[in-house]
Design a protein around this ligand. Sequence first.
Ligand code: FMN
Length: 185
Amino acid sequence: MSELLRFLQQRNSAPKLTAPAPSAVEMEEIFRAALRAPDHAWLRPWRFITIAGERRQAFGELLEQCLLQRAPEADETARAKARNAPLRAPLLVVPVVKLSAHPKVPELEQRLSAGCAAHAILLAAEACGYAGIWRTGDAAFDRAVMTGLGLAANEEITGLLYLGTRDGAPKSIPQLNTADFVSSW
Ligand SMILES: Cc1cc2nc3c(=O)[nH]c(=O)nc-3n(C[C@H](O)[C@H](O)[C@H](O)COP(=O)(O)O)c2cc1C
């Protein structure tokens, strides 16, 4: 079996991440992989926002403010969780889908394309020797968070990709049977 195939079969998210994150040069390569996401009609319905260094604190403050708007009763534990969430990795990438009206490309396909780009980022980061995890949660669906990140009304957060170096042993990969998921018609 080719090494590349084995690599694809063993991609593994990393919930705990530490420094270093991919360098700017490596991120350029990683984004080039994202730009090869399948894309009906070549709409290029995505863009990517990076959040690193002290900007993670600022993003945490935004997450806390938005949490308080959604849930004014949120206690200090919940507030701290929101505030500190971006500090779980040295680098965050937010894949954004830019939705547009197209006679042949429904919004679902544009969102799927952005999801493929997000997956490509995770794969490419892992190929460069790093690790990552795709997270969402209520904040990722909150329009106030999107506005705070500078998204336009036709844009949405596809996910929050946390990138860095795996902290601890990789988690075991569940052994799934393809037969449970595949049938011939
Ligand atoms: C769209 C999407 C959103 C996700 N959101 C979260 C999340 O908010 N929190 C979380 O712990 N995992 C989330 N996950 C799951 C992790 O990214 C990851 O898939 C999971 O930890 C299993 O690890 P594995 O991908 O290595 O099997 C999400 C995955 C996807 C595709």
